[in-house]
Design a protein around this ligand. Structure first.
Ligand code: FDA
Length: 501
């Protein structure tokens, strides 16, 4: 695929015919570092030892991306695509092993075009979720929303590629479930829409993970109706006398079976739990539902915060005092180091086991667990319909989160996550032990590149079947269709599989 006489050094010269020089940054450029860190969230992957790109290309139109692919292939430079830079392992801007690569940073491609009449929008991959939510709320007078993640600085490109869920998950499914069309630059540099890429690839890009199939430039998405007034609440349950254990044990049975308008997640830290909820209706309507379905939480009118849906975005993610305009803020700071991983629970964990889990949450260097309920719409989609396989029968997703600041004992924090993950094994899904692609964790396994310079399908099963279960094989077949040479790859990209091989 890459000519044997290729020299990465010729990559910028090749680009110069097609891309203005001010959009290409070599390591020697004075702006290189500031462009590189502009969307890095996790300083674990910004150290002197980090394998960095040799160049960063910041396209402002599709032809620039096509040129980067053509020149990259000609001169032996691989491309890593970055939209919002939130990848938990930093794979959009760094490599685990030495490699000649460039980052295609899509942050300048971030238009949002809304067609209110058809309740659809075209959104470029470099837009943030906050920019999308804001534009939708403005254009529809708060009548419409989009079901995706809670953090407003997440990039549309990576998020929609890997699934994407937030407070509207139970009513409207994943972000990727609501994609109607997309524009992709493939490994041959072609610009393809849904019809052009074909049904297998269009299936694969909606949840099969970023980087594997090419560069998705923009997405047409279905917008969803929300009522003018929704109700949020946040209820902490303190540790005393095992109260938090009782309510969490009960939550597991209740939350995935609630009406689809009601989303209640649980955040566990120390020996306490906090329940955060979004109800698509008024406080008057919510209180009797809570009394009937989940009396153990003791929710009453004083807990209700009535607001518009767009106001729930800063409420849930940015904390008190934040405004709706704050969700447009893209600035990032290199202050928080993080290690995450995930699990799925299909059978409620017995009350007695929660004692041990809360014990882990009380250890020094402990982080937290976030439990997001599934059921309703997300569970109603048949498993083969999209690459995302965690559907019927899943009660909830667990995210294990450990964060620390500079000077903190990173090794101890990472060890805590690994130890808790091992401890949880008997209580979570098995054969395979499922994980959420967008909570990427390289501890689950990495690709092995064979002598043919192609990632091995067999070796990729170790991580691929955790993220995609039975859909892993079909993803590999779609990869072989669109990128048989494995040009677009990283440590957890889908390897190509030619059927019959
Ligand atoms: P980034 O740009 O780092 O890309 C992620 C991966 O996709 C990389 O492999 C990259 O190469 C590839 N990629 C990016 N753009 C592409 C494109 N246009 N075409 C092809 N490939 C592309 N998730 C969730 O579901 N719900 C949530 O509430 C949250 N909350 C959350 C909070 C915080 C603080 C973080 C850091 C992360 C989350 N996430 C999340 C996880 C998030 O959904 C996940 O990290 C996404 O992949 C991030 O997308 P970005 O575009 O920002 O990442």
């Amino acid at each position: 695929i890459i000519p044997s006489n290729a020299s990465p050094d010729d990559f910028p010269q090749c680009l110069s015919g097609s891309i203005p020089s001010q959009l290409v940054f070599a390591q020697s450029s004075p702006s290189f570092t500031s462009v590189l860190v502009s969307s890095i969230r996790n300083p674990r992957f910004f150290t002197p030892a980090t394998v960095r790109p040799l160049w960063i290309v910041t396209p402002t139109n599709a032809s620039h991306v096509q040129a980067a692919v053509a020149c990259g292939r000609r001169h032996g430079v691989r491309l890593r695509v970055r939209s919002g830079g939130h990848d938990y392992e930093g794979l959009s801007y760094r490599s685990q092993r030495p490699e000649a690569f460039a980052v295609v940073d899509l942050s300048s491609l971030r238009a949002v075009r809304i067609d209110e009449r058809s309740s659809t929008a075209w959104v470029d991959s470099g837009a943030t979720l906050g920019e999308l939510y804001y534009a939708v709320a403005q254009a529809s007078g708060g009548r419409l929303a989009f079901p995706a993640g809670l953090c407003p600085t997440i990039g549309v490109g990576g998020h929609l590629s890997g699934g994407g869920f937030g407070t509207l998950l139970r009513k409207y499914g994943l972000a990727s479930d609501n994609v109607l069309d997309a524009v992709l630059v493939d490994a041959r540099g072609r610009l393809l829409d849904r019809a052009g890429m074909g049904s297998d690839v269009f299936w694969a890009i909606r949840g099969g993970g970023g980087e594997s199939f090419g560069v998705v430039l923009s997405w047409q998405v279905r917008l969803v109706p929300v009522p003018p007034t929704v109700t949020a609440f946040r209820i902490p349950v303190a540790a005393g006398d095992g109260a938090a254990l009782d309510v969490v044990a009960r939550w597991q049975e209740v939350a995935p079976a609630l009406p689809e308008d009601l989303f209640i997640r649980a955040l566990l830290q120390n020996r306490s739990a906090t329940f955060e909820s979004l109800y698509l209706g008024t406080c008057d309507a919510l209180v009797p539902v809570m009394g009937r379905r989940f009396p153990e939480l003791g929710m009453n009118r004083t807990h209700c915060r009535e607001m518009s849906w767009i106001e729930t975005v800063p409420y849930f993610f940015l904390g008190s005092g934040a405004t709706v305009e704050d969700i447009l803020n893209r600035t990032t700071s290199l202050s928080t180091y993080a290690k995450m991983t995930s699990d799925y629970v299909r059978q409620a964990i017995p009350r007695r086991a929660w004692d041990g889990i809360f014990g882990k949450l009380a250890q020094p260097s402990a982080g937290l667990m976030i439990l997001d309920p599934y059921g309703a719409q997300v569970g109603a989609v048949p498993e083969p319909a999209t690459p995302f396989p965690h559907r019927a029968g899943v009660l909830y997703n667990i995210q294990y989160v450990s964060v620390w600041s500079a000077g903190g004992d990173g090794a101890a924090h990472i060890e805590w996550v690994r130890d808790l993950y091992a401890f949880m094994e008997p209580h979570v899904s098995s054969n395979p032990r499922e994980a959420y692609f967008n909570y990427r964790d390289l501890d689950l396994g990495e690709n092995v590149v064979g002598v043919d310079n192609i990632s091995s399908y067999e070796a990729g099963k170790v991580w691929g079947e955790k993220y995609f279960v039975d859909n892993y094989e079909r993803l590999a077949v779609a990869k072989a269709e669109i990128d048989p040479d494995d040009y677009f790859r990283n440590e957890q990209s889908i390897p190509p599989l030619v059927p019959g091989n």
